[in-house]
Write a new protein. Structure first.
Length: 145
């Protein structure tokens, strides 16, 4: 049997070109997926570094802890609810729970980062050896981005 008969009229070159085109398309899809994965990794690395910096700032703050003194009674009630939910249930309240019936949840949503930072300060104040925390991390290398 000749080669011409086994490949029909298209011949080996057309079949090879089709296979090469499919391989190139697959390689392009894989490169695109790898690029997306790399961007996700970079974003996660940046977020992790920011969280680490915020935590270290809270841990190494030389000022003694003082409870928050928010001027808004609603925000103060939100803080008390936040601390109750975190202490008793181990979860943060939702922005709707923080807002209650008297506030827009989008306002309460803005409180959450402040409450988290305040909880970090409060937790750090309760930890022993705060002064040495900075010394232990002073040689930290920045995360590769």
């Amino acid at each position: 049997m000749s080669l011409r008969r086994s490949f029909g009229r298209t011949g080996p070159t057309r079949a090879a070109r089709d296979a090469a085109r499919q391989a190139q398309d697959e390689a392009a899809r894989i490169r695109a997926a790898a690029g997306e994965a790399e961007e996700t990794r970079r974003a996660a690395t940046v977020a992790l570094q920011q969280a680490r910096d915020e935590l270290m700032d809270a841990l190494t703050d030389p000022a003694p802890y003082e409870p928050p003194r928010w001027t808004s009674p609603a925000k103060m009630r939100g803080w008390e609810l936040y601390m109750h939910k975190v202490a008793s249930d181990g979860v943060e309240p939702t922005d709707a729970e923080l807002a209650g019936e008297e506030r827009d949840p989008s306002t309460a949503r803005k409180w959450l980062p402040e409450f988290r930072a305040e909880l970090a300060r409060r937790t750090a104040a309760a930890l022993p050896a705060q002064a040495t925390a900075h010394d232990r991390t002073a040689d930290r290398a920045p995360a590769g981005v």
